[in-house]
Write a protein that binds this ligand. Structure first.
Ligand SMILES: C[S@@+](CC[C@H](N)C(=O)[O-])C[C@H]1O[C@@H](n2cnc3c(N)ncnc32)[C@H](O)[C@@H]1O
Length: 262
């Protein structure tokens, strides 16, 4: 069974992780939806934005991680949250806005487009499906992760070769458009690169430990994990320069899509 997410590790960079959620929400063309669902709500940082923007809506959240849902219930006790898997999730009743921040990159590649079509298909005319995903697999942070993982002769290479921790490429904007356009009256797609100011290179490791590094470190023993993280950090020092004040800028591209149901 896959190891659970850690809400506390994820929230170490709460402000940076929530900014794209705000930016996504600012382009949702709805003023008073009745029912809103936060898909992959995590520790409710994204759900809190939905509650604030739509105070009269019935807002709920779902996530496959028990640790995330536990935290979400503590943060927003009056909001209904449930542990559920997006691959099998069926909302009860009609939903006007499916909103999802930084989640669909975790769905297996072949299942993403059918899931997007199914979600958009469930909405009433004028309903909105909005999501954002990191678009960073080609970034040095992730190239260094792969290089450190698969360096021949290391104590962890066999374990990680068996575990195959890499993620599938996300559909391109062109593929998304063609897949969803038959169901939509309007589609907005955009890509933004955030430059996150991190204290040092160790902070990049802490950042990805909460998300993209999990499939790489979860299968490792404590000794393998320590060696792998040391190798990864050394590679990060080579590919990201320190700024004049010693901090490190982490470029972080993200892909956004907002589709209105026809
Ligand atoms: C990067 S966090 C995003 C949390 C929050 N939406 C935010 O804006 O920060 C990704 C979340 O997706 C959830 N997730 C991953 N795969 C999932 C699936 N198949 N079904 C439901 N949730 C999933 C994880 O448990 C995690 O909480």
């Amino acid at each position: 069974m896959a190891k659970d997410w850690s809400a506390s590790q994820y929230l170490k960079f709460e402000a940076e992780r929530t900014q794209p959620a705000r930016d996504l929400l600012s382009r949702v063309p709805l003023s008073s939806p009745k029912r809103v669902v936060d898909l992959g709500c995590g520790p409710a940082n994204s759900t809190a934005l939905l509650v604030e923007k739509f105070p009269n809506a019935s807002v709920s959240g779902m996530d496959s991680s028990p640790d995330m849902i536990k935290m979400a219930k503590q943060v927003l006790p009056s909001v209904p949250f449930e542990v559920a898997d997006l691959e099998t999730y069926q909302p009860d009743g009609q939903v006007d806005l499916f909103y999802s921040n930084a989640v669909f990159q975790w769905i297996p590649g072949t299942k993403r487009i059918p899931l997007f079509q199914s979600l958009l298909g469930k909405l009433p005319s004028g309903g909105v499906f909005a999501f954002q995903v990191p678009d960073n697999l080609a970034e040095p942070s992730h190239a260094a992760m792969r290089e450190a993982a698969f360096t021949p002769g290391t104590p962890w290479v066999e374990t990680l070769t068996r575990a195959a921790p890499g993620r599938d490429d996300f559909p391109t904007a062109v593929e998304l458009y063609d897949a969803l356009q038959p169901l939509a009256s309007e589609i907005q797609i955009w890509r933004t690169t955030y430059y996150h100011t991190l204290e040092n290179h160790e902070a990049i490791v802490e950042w990805v430990k909460g998300t993209g590094l999990r499939p790489y470190v979860d299968p490792l023993s404590p000794e393998q994990k320590a060696g792998f993280l040391e190798e990864y950090l050394a590679r990060l020092r080579q590919v990201y320069q320190s700024q004049g004040d010693g901090k490190v800028l982490l470029p972080y591209p993200r892909l956004f899509m907002v589709a209105v149901k026809a």
